[in-house]
Write a protein that binds this ligand. Structure first.
Ligand code: GDP
Length: 229
């Protein structure tokens, strides 16, 4: 691992001698859409372990989910960003679930809609017992913004793990990629001095498949995929 602590790619040969090509993710592959929930009552009853993806509109969340699922249009951004106020749930082959939370921070959304969405998001993040981890997607060039911290503030105190994907890293050269990841680490250390070590930050690019396997390995760990196989 280099001194900035970027999560390294896994070794070329997967442990356990499995047949999976080392360049393919597994955790989200084969995911199927289940339901879009616009309020708590529409959420499926808590059951299998769930992973949530959150991020500002346009941060690259849909692209990240699609890359991790090896699909082109499993998750897709709304044509009117910020309008889709629902949590989209996907069933995973492992039995787990993925919750794609609506993008936030879109300036043109009315204030009362924003309030409503923030309340639903807050409630989901603080009360969903089966949520085993949160993936926060943030543009590597911009770092974490106040609304990202609003989301993290709801979740980090629970001591459950967080993975920050610093997306669109392909738009930066290698040293700026490292700097972007380390800046995000510093932001997290400042805000959450007690919990920051439990938050992973991975430089990511959906287009170049950068950080894909590192992210996948974290998700597999949360979902218990690969254990005992
Ligand atoms: P979302 O609103 O967070 O779901 O963002 P999208 O995944 O829809 O991406 C927003 C825009 O960023 C789209 O034009 C994507 O093509 C682009 N984008 C997403 N991920 C990447 C990436 O890794 N690299 C580059 N260069 N562009 C990306």
């Amino acid at each position: 691992m280099n001194k900035l602590g970027i999560v390294p790619e896994p070794p070329a040969t997967p442990q356990g001698g499995g047949a999976r090509p080392p360049s393919d993710p597994v955790a989200l592959v084969g995911a199927c859409f289940v339901i879009g929930a616009a309020c708590r009552a529409q959420l499926p009853p808590p059951g299998p372990p769930e992973i949530a993806f959150a991020g500002r509109s346009n941060a690259g969340k849909s692209s990240a989910i699609n890359a991790l699922a090896n699909r082109t249009r499993l998750a897709f951004a709304s044509r009117t960003p910020g309008r889709t106020q629902q949590i989209n749930l996907f069933q995973l082959k492992s039995g787990g679930m993925v919750a794609d939370l609506p993008g936030y921070g879109y300036a043109a959304v009315a204030r009362d809609v924003k309030r409503e969405w923030q309340d639903f998001l807050w409630e989901y993040l603080t009360t969903r017992d089966t949520l085993v981890g949160l993936v926060l997607v943030a543009d590597a060039r911009h770092g974490l913004k106040p609304l990202d911290f609003t989301v993290l503030d709801a979740f980090v105190p629970s001591a459950r793990p967080v993975l920050v994907l610093a997306t669109k890293s392909d738009k930066l050269n290698q040293s700026d990629q490292r700097r972007a990841v380390s800046n995000i680490r510093e932001q997290l250390a400042e805000r959450y001095p007690a919990q920051a070590t439990g938050i992973e930050v991975v430089g990511f690019s959906a287009t170049r498949r950068l950080g894909l396997l590192a992210a996948d390995r974290v998700l597999c760990g949360w979902l218990g995929i690969g254990e005992g196989r």
